[in-house]
Design a protein around this ligand. Structure first.
Ligand code: KIV
Ligand code: ZN
Length: 506
């Protein structure tokens, strides 16, 4: 069997534009379980109180998958990970230390011997808590292969059950990476009793190819992320690794636990949560991945699908008929569609979602999956800031006026502002009401669905007074309101962070 180790919520989440709050991470984690991943790397508990809390809560909620926390080989990191995973059903700890000379000399400023000592200490400490311990020699592909054998020997002796070989900077090529896995498997003492794992970055666009080369050379675990998100150019895309193995059973004979029919929903959920769409031509989950435009292709497909199709859209959970619900749909239809989309909600939450769904169905005839995810993700009611109402007046070549009602906690404020355009007038009103500091550094708008009453999806970046960048998004059938919701989303994210900092006395 090839284990799928998902690191969307750790390596993926730590990259710019992909940060998620606790609720969003929990939603993603539940869907990753539905998808059937074997391991969910839930975060880096020592990195921040938010990370600690998400590792803890994901560990408490997910019972099927192993829940993993990442830690450097030091006591503080590992202690924090142990604390976070104390109540998890299947806790796993992933410890790492850099092994390339460039990292040892310039980053850690320690010798190879010291790195080995730290690795032994890290693995042993993790092992005292759980039998499931991964060890990673960071920047393995730029490390001396003989030194890798040395440190991995010690990691195995100290109790690691999995040796993960990171191509941290996406430097390797399939031939070289495959050869490295084969070499290590052959040389590490006890290498036949532990799992070798791949962890490839996509700086040269080779992450998936390198991971597959690893598998072909004996790796039994692939670390990857949904939509390939991750540091810099990202990690190996889970959906691509999985579909390559499923589509070529002649080359990859081993079983994988993934329910491929959940791939599309998982990809969509991540895009929706982070506000980052995948490119149209992205393999497996991109808008065009199964679209046949050229006449010659369409002709071939009509006479026999196999002429131009190596996978079926249905096998990755994409239905050609995307239209799902409408104004006459009931709660049970809504509930079962949400489950199909990987969204599990409590009974009380369902009431709120159903009311919002009905309100949206009154505004637009066709309710698409994207609309449903948007409705399910909209938690304004429980948040400190809410755009309760807004009237916007704009005329060509004249300044625009916004008259907005904004809820701050349990108080409502009415503010009026004028500016060059409708969005900036609304933003001025929100800023006046809330005292938000900083400036807008990026603004992006897209239609969520293809119909003429489509929901507008707005994604913004906000630089606060301390130069920290915040990412927010909002959606609505009215694009000015969607823009306002995106700024309100920023306010709520800043507030959640403030509350956390206050709680821990920062
Ligand atoms: O890329 C990398 O080296 C990592 C390690 C922490 C495994 O993400
Ligand atoms: Zn990585």
């Amino acid at each position: 069997m090839i284990k799928i180790f998902d690191t969307t919520l750790r390596d993926g989440e730590q990259s710019p534009g992909f940060s998620m709050n606790l609720r969003e991470k929990l939603m993603m984690a539940q869907q990753l379980e539905n998808l059937g991943v074997d391991v969910i790397e839930a975060g880096f508990a020592a990195a921040s109180p938010e990370d600690f809390e998400s590792v803890k809560q994901i560990g408490d909620v997910c019972k099927k998958a192993e829940i993993c926390g990442l830690a450097r080989c030091n006591e503080i990191d590992i202690e924090s990970t142990i604390k976070a995973l104390k109540t998890a059903a299947k806790p796993r700890i992933h410890v790492f230390i850099a092994t390339s000379d460039i990292h040892l000399e310039h980053k850690l400023k320690i010798s190879r011997d010291e790195a080995i000592k730290k690795a032994i200490m890290g693995v042993k400490m993790a092992k005292s808590f759980t039998d499931m311990v991964d060890f990673s020699p960071e920047d393995a592909t730029r490390s001396d292969w003989n030194f890798l054998v040395e440190i991995l020997n010690e990691a195995v002796k100290a109790g690691a059950d999995t040796l993960n070989i990171p191509d941290t900077v996406g430097y390797s090529t399939p031939e070289e990476y495959g050869a490295l896995i084969k070499f290590l498997k052959g040389k590490v003492v006890g290498g036949d009793k532990v799992i070798f794992s791949t962890h490839c970055h996509d700086d040269l666009g080779l992450a998936v190819a390198n991971s597959l080369a690893g598998v072909m050379n004996g790796a039994k675990q692939v670390e990857c992320t949904i939509n390939g998100i991750g540091e810099r150019a990202g990690n190996a895309a889970l959906e691509e690794v999985v579909m390559a193995m499923k589509t070529r059973p002649d080359l990859f004979k081993e079983k994988i636990n993934i329910d491929t029919k959940q791939l599309y929903a998982t990809s969509k959920l991540l895009s929706q949560i982070t506000g980052q769409k995948v490119q149209a031509n992205k393999s497996i989950v991109g808008k065009n991945a199964f679209a046949h435009e050229a006449g010659i292709h369409q002709h071939g497909i009509l006479s026999n699908r196999l002429t131009y199709e190596i996978m079926k859209a249905e096998d990755v959970g994409r239905s050609t008929n995307q239209l799902v619900l409408g104004k006459h749909s009931g709660k049970s239809a809504l509930g079962s569609r949400l489950i199909q989309l990987g969204i599990q909600v409590s009974k009380e939450r369902m009431e709120i979602i159903f009311a919002k769904f009905k309100a949206l169905a009154d505004k637009k005839k066709n309710i698409y999956d994207e609309d449903l995810i948007m409705v399910a993700m909209d938690y304004d009611i429980e948040k400190k800031y809410e755009l309760v109402d807004a009237k916007i007046y704009s005329e060509k070549d004249k300044s625009a006026k916004a008259d907005a009602v904004i809820r701050i906690g349990d108080k409502k404020m009415n503010v009026e502002c004028e500016s060059d355009g409708p969005v900036s007038a609304l933003y001025a009103a929100i800023i006046k009401a809330t005292g938000l500091k900083g400036k807008l550094t990026s603004f992006n708008i897209n239609a969520l669905t293809p119909d003429k009453e489509a929901v507008g999806f707005v994604k913004i970046e906000w630089q606060d007074q301390y130069d920290k960048i915040w990412y927010g998004h909002g959606s609505d059938t009215d694009i000015t309101i969607a823009s306002g919701k995106a700024l309100i989303d920023i306010l709520n994210r800043i507030e959640i962070r403030r509350m956390h900092d206050e709680k821990i006395g920062r």
